[in-house]
Design a protein around this ligand. Structure first.
Ligand code: UD1
Ligand code: UDP
Length: 354
């Protein structure tokens, strides 16, 4: 089969790495990078860290409003699909690159496979929620990471082509943990001791685009008395500067550029706790046995909360401080995200003969 895979944003590079490696054993893959993320530390670093093949196409769409960015993607992806005539289009997660790929392919009658299907936060103010719902409804194959995702799809009447395969991010964590141990020098570079710092990331519009929420989060970080390593997403850096928060960051807050995947795995695995509004990082904290404090009111990854490893605190100053002091996580771990062979299962389903 010729499979055209569409990626464009940081978490999609990570999700595609294990599946691309497995797919290419039996299929031809054409890799399309929309260019949604383009900084060296938001894009290239993941291709080198994870040995992802160079994309066959880079559409260089870049940053813009939702309509403009998605619209440009539709125009350019259509040209590639018409030229390459793939048997299937593969999309990942819930970004604008995901919906653009799925929508273009479905209108050209090319079957769509969605990796990380069925996730729901039930919060339609999140751009990702719109992307998830629409992508799932035009997909022919829906690769769910969890049983909750399968149930969410059933509740919307989607039962055909649905498979619980486990989470490709588990594949990535298991494959790369040892490599990160060997290669990453980030703890020494930042003068950190394992188990003696917290790791934070923030990039959701509900936090960054609200002066009140971002101020409350940064104030809690500054005042908690812990060392917090905070690799800052470019969107967040822009707003921190705009709100005068960059200058307020005190010595306990170690602000860095976004880091590569291997450094991030090392930072996460060695952290005392994680503070984040990222979807992927909530899961990785669980996979690596690190308690997670989620700076959101809701999550798609409800299993991590039910398991006692994740707590939702929103952007509430007092709750963030309280959980930094008090939230401990759990002592046991259930197998939520599969065994690290989601990619193998996806390939078997794509083509049972191979
Ligand atoms: C996007 C996804 C989000 C995902 C996140 C992963 C959508 C709607 N959102 O959010 O689901 O969790 O990626 O990180 O698709 N920028 C740069 N350099 C870059 C990329 C972005 O400076 O390489 C800045 C630009 O100012 C841009 C802003 O970050 O306007 C936001 O980028 P964008 O891709 O639109 O959204 P994210 O917040 O990154
Ligand atoms: N990540 C990274 N470097 C960073 C921040 C995050 O490698 O500086 C990784 C993180 O470990 C996870 C993924 O990026 O694998 C999550 O992406 P992000 O938080 O940008 O998006 P989301 O998962 O929320 O869509």
């Amino acid at each position: 089969m010729t499979i055209l895979s569409i990626i464009g944003a940081r978490p999609q590079f990570i999700k595609c790495a294990p599946l691309s490696r497995t797919l290419r054993k039996d299929h031809q893959e054409i890799l399309v990078h929309t260019g949604q993320h383009y900084d060296q530390n938001m894009s290239d670093v993941f291709f080198s860290d994870l040995n992802i093949p160079k994309p066959d196409y880079n559409l260089a769409i870049g940053s813009a409003s939702h309509g403009e960015q998605t619209g440009q993607m539709l125009i350019e992806i259509e040209k590639v699909i018409l030229k390459e005539e793939p048997d299937m289009v593969l999309v990942y997660g819930d970004t604008n690159s995901t919906i653009a790929g799925a929508l273009t392919a479905s209108k050209l009658h090319i079957p769509v496979a969605h990796v990380e299907a069925g996730l729901r936060s039930f919060d339609r103010t999140m751009p990702e929620e719109i992307n998830r719902v629409l992508t799932d409804h035009v997909s022919n194959l829906l690769f769910c990471p969890t049983e909750t995702a399968v149930k969410n799809l059933k509740a919307e009447g989607i039962t055909t082509g649905v498979h619980n395969v486990g989470d490709v991010m588990m594949d990535a964590v298991l494959y790369n943990s040892k490599i990160a141990e060997e290669k990453s020098t980030i703890l020494g570079d930042l003068n950190l001791n394992a188990g003696q710092y917290l790791l934070a990331t923030v990039h959701r519009p509900s936090n960054t685009d609200s002066r009140q929420n971002l101020t409350s989060i940064i104030n809690a970080f500054v005042e908690c008395g812990e060392t917090i390593v905070f690799p800052v997403h470019p969107r967040t850096a822009k707003y921190m500067k705009q709100y005068g928060l960059w200058e307020k960051a005190s010595a306990n807050l170690v602000l860095t550029e976004p880091v590569g995947y291997l450094d991030m795995l090392k930072l996460t695995g060695s952290a005392k706790k994680v503070l984040t509004d990222s979807g992927g990082l909530q899961k990785e904290a669980y996979m690596l046995g690190v308690p997670c404090i989620t700076l959101r009111e809701n999550t798609e990854w409800v299993e991590t909360v039910e398991a006692g490893w994740n707590v939702l605190v929103g952007a509430e100053y007092g709750e963030i401080l309280e959980s930094i002091g008090g939230f401990k996580g759990n002592s046991t771990q259930a197998d939520i995200f599969g065994d690290g062979n989601a990619s193998g299962r996806i390939c078997e389903i794509l083509d049972p003969r191979s």
